[in-house]
Ligand binder design. Structure first.
Ligand code: MTE
Ligand code: MO
Length: 336
């Protein structure tokens, strides 16, 4: 996210998304769009426990992941035939400020993050609070694949095949009480392995915090991802457990979750705290409500070249119109 504390002048598009790193790839893509699409295409036939996507290293995964993968339901939700973003782009153009503010820093720095063992504290207004190991948290849920568009507030987007289970299933597992109205999520704090948390320049007051209204969290599209592209999540994409809320700007999809709290009041979320006039609690993708410093009417679908940008129209709720009922009667320009 690009926060300009001192100036409110309009950002150049190149400032919204630095694209220089795509220049080298651009040539390749121009000549071989079809080939690139093919490489990212799943080889569904014979989708066994490994190597579902041709160009993707299946990687070593923890047992709790491997055990579930065999019975995963592939393509439970698709993105209407839109091309899946190449794995290389989805794993080397990231926002994960814990590892640095540059798009390449998560890929460069996240490798040392220790994700085994991992546990998640579940607390607040729940019948079954406690510290859950990732094994116990995942055990009751069947894996499915959801191919979702991911629309960053910075006006770029990707199409990513996630693996995981509905957030609603996890919430039912821990039994929210009638006093629970919001869900608050927290990312790991680990100054030793997360260099971004050591930086004196970061505006973020760690841990990274996100939240949803309970009815949003219970919507069938809200998803807990533990994998992508048929394999375990790479660390830079939020291993071992992250949220994916496809109708909201990407910053809501909090990574490497260590705490989930059911609460009565709306939590104060990270970007809202930093710049409340730019990043709201709801953050629903909305082409009609511009960011104060740039338009949200269009987006660059990655990979996209600087001189031949792949610009497409942004859709209301990122194309997931079925969530509209959640916001009936709300002024979405006010509750952005
Ligand atoms: N903990 C944490 N979660 C985060 C972020 C972050 O900096 N820290 N960045 C968010 C933003 S702005 C986006 S666009 C998505 C990017 O997810 P991806 O790198 O897997 O594409 O992660 C979101 N989740
Ligand atoms: Mo983002």
């Amino acid at each position: 996210m690009f926060i300009r504390v001192l100036s409110s002048s309009r950002a150049l598009e190149s400032e919204v998304t630095p694209e220089s790193i795509y220049l080298s790839r651009r040539k390749l893509m121009q000549g071989s769009l079809a080939l690139a699409a093919m490489m990212a295409m799943p080889a569904w036939a014979g989708a066994g426990t490994q190597g579902v996507y041709r160009d993707v290293d299946p990687a070593r995964a923890p047992d709790w992941f491997e055990e579930k993968l065999a019975a995963a339901r592939w393509q439970a939700v698709t993105a209407g035939g839109e091309s899946i973003t190449p794995f290389k782009d989805a794993t080397h153009y990231n926002n994960f400020y814990e590892f640095g503010a540059g798009k390449g820093e998560p890929a460069a720095n996240a490798g040392r993050l220790q994700i085994e063992p991992w546990s998640v504290m579940i607390d607040g207004e729940v019948g079954k609070p406690g510290r859950y190991s990732i094994e116990d948290l995942v055990k009751p849920h069947a894996f499915e694949e959801r191919i979702y568009r991911l629309r960053c507030v910075e006006a770029w987007s990707m199409v990513i095949p996630w693996l995981g289970f509905p957030l609603a299933s996890l919430l039912r597992q821990v039994e929210p009480t009638s006093a629970a109205h919001y869900v608050r999520f927290e990312t790991l704090v680990d100054r030793e392995h997360m260099p971004g948390q050591r930086s004196g320049f970061s505006l973020i007051d760690w841990p990274y915090v996100e939240g949803l209204r309970l009815d949003e969290a219970m919507h069938p599209l809200a998803f807990m991802a533990v994998g992508m592209y048929g394999r375990v999540l790479p660390n830079q994409n939020g291993a071992p457990l992250r949220l994916v809320v496809p109708w909201k700007y990407g910053f809501k999809s909090i990574k490497s979750i260590v705490r989930i709290s059911l609460v009565a009041e709306a939590p104060r979320t990270t970007w809202e705290r930093i710049a409340p006039n730019e990043y709201g609690f709801f953050a629903n993708v909305n082409p009609q409500v511009d960011h104060p410093r740039w338009s949200q009417a269009t987006e660059r679908r990655l990979p996209s070249g600087l001189f031949s940008p792949n610009v497409i129209d942004t859709r209301m709720f990122n194309g997931y119109e079925e969530v509209a009922d959640l916001y009936a009667g709300m002024d979405l320009a006010r509750y952005y």
